[in-house]
Design a protein around this ligand. Sequence first.
Ligand code: PNS
Length: 164
Amino acid sequence: MSKDRKSLAVYPGSFDPITNGHLDIIARGLSVFDEVIIAILINPEKHPLFTVDERLAIIREAFHGDPRVRMDTFSGLLVDYAEKVGASVIVRGLRAVSDFEYEFQMALMNRRLNPHIETVFMMPAEGYSYLSSRLVKEVFQLGGRVSELVPPVVERRLREKWAK
Ligand code: PNS
């Protein structure tokens, strides 16, 4: 059966920085959808370690030219962004039960805001169930090893950041 339109999913988040848990979810997303847009929220209220441009550059390097993965930034409502780019699916990762309540609230609010956009939850490999960008930054800053938790470009960028 041939498909006229490619299925497109948005994978939104802060990605400060992207971790192997995020990469795992993106790979799973690509096993279901033709294309995934990694959409970085521009949030002036947060004080990220990496600027939006740095996060975009990191993600670009991590995927070096995979045509099925696009990267972008957005501000405002996620559902408005998804509609603008023509995506009918939002992908979110669920690591543990502790993620569920917040994700459930967001998914239902997004559905209320735009019932045509569906949220799809994907579970990362068990080994990433405790992994978060916040912990990666903390562990790295305190001298712990993060090489199995993030792509090489992130480890390099973390080193550069703290060398400054
Ligand atoms: O990686 P994060 O910080 O958990 O991602 C949260 C994100 C970006 C998915 C969420 O904050 C978001 O969608 N923000 C956009 C604003 C919006 O649409 N708010 C209403 C959603 S309930």
